[in-house]
Design a protein around this ligand. Sequence first.
Ligand SMILES: Cc1cc2nc3c(=O)[nH]c(=O)nc-3n(C[C@H](O)[C@H](O)[C@H](O)COP(=O)(O)OP(=O)(O)OC[C@H]3O[C@@H](n4cnc5c(N)ncnc54)[C@H](O)[C@@H]3O)c2cc1C
Length: 388
Amino acid sequence: MIDFSLTDEQKALRDMAREFAKNEIIPKSAHHDETGEYPMDILKKAWEVGLMNLHIEAENNGAEMSDFDEMIVAEELNYGCSGVATAILANNLALAPVLVGASKELKKKFVEPMTREFKLAAYAVTEPGAGSDVAGIRTTAVRKGDEYIVNGSKQWITNAGVSDWMFVLTKTDPSAGHKGMTGFIIDSKSHGVIIGKKEKNMGQKCSDTRAVTFEDVRVPIDQVVGKEGEGFKIAMAAFDHTRPAVAIGAVGVARSAFEHALRYANTRNTFGKPISSNQGIAFMLAEMARDIEAGRLLAWQAAWLIDNGYKNTYQASIAKAFCADMCMRVATDAVQIFGGYGFNNEYPVEKLMRDAKIFQIYEGTSQIQRVIISKFLNDGKGIEGPNI
Ligand SMILES: Cc1cc2nc3c(=O)[nH]c(=O)nc-3n(C[C@H](O)[C@H](O)[C@H](O)COP(=O)(O)OP(=O)(O)OC[C@H]3O[C@@H](n4cnc5c(N)ncnc54)[C@H](O)[C@@H]3O)c2cc1C
């Protein structure tokens, strides 16, 4: 049953994503890093060729790709530039809780139009006072007749400034802990939605990250995702789909850093020979290649499990933690192999090291992944591998 070969369709998808990265992303990546300009043209092209909104169901006119298919696309796009890739793939993140929990009618209203028209969405969960501790959010939604009134603030929301709608997690019953949380789709143009200025981040500079404030925003009751009180459960279930995608994104960045380092190590001479002929450098490269392969397999496993109907929370956290830490290590080693040139923005690995850092932070930090893994271990689960 275990089979690591890609189908002909998956090979074609990989080739298409790879060509897209080569022709549309890589030539513009330095420009978008330097200027921070949002890569709207690239996103529109990605939408046209079918590299966005991968998982929308066929009944809503979507491609209904699997999480494994996203592994193929996300690695290639992140290999091209992870700032651009994060912008492209943010729709998948916003769609994840909606595809997991929303009613048919709500999907028809907000999801199906994304297949006919270029539209962007954002996932708004984190708040100024609550990132890792999702149950600690303070945004409230209070029912009034046929509407909810939403008040609160969100922080670090990718694509907030360009979004048509947002998935917003709120508290509808603050006394009930995570059972009192409810997710909504909120139209970004609604009265009372205030979008903050674009943040100036260390890496992935063209990705649009902003604070969002909700001031008495009126949301129709039919825009609840799932049922009142199910928001935490739905947001957590969405992570099972999105963490493998973030993990494989880190693999894409690491692969790019590795390839630059390998090429450089074979052409840079010291003491009359290429630096790659020194075991100290050759072993660094060997370890980079080893860890990229391991990371890819972990991400593939996590995606394969959920595609095949198995719970993958443990494997998704392992993949996310391993790949994020691996990517940071590989990018740092790539800078080391470039020596002084690695520290300079005329050479590509400096950007990759800055871009790598965020993988250890968003979609649950590296520490939070370890908290989740530890919980499984303490419950006596996990270590024997997937029980399938
Ligand atoms: C560029 C960028 C894009 C983002 N995009 C989005 C988005 O689109 N939507 C969204 O909702 N959020 C988004 N985020 C938010 C991101 O998910 C959070 O920043 C992240 O979850 C961490 O939360 P925090 O920043 O509040 O850190 P905190 O939760 O305050 O954590 C601070 C430090 O403490 C550690 N820590 C916390 N709790 C524990 C614990 N129990 N045990 C051990 N260590 C712990 C953390 O690992 C971290 O090192 C984005 C963030 C950035 C920077």
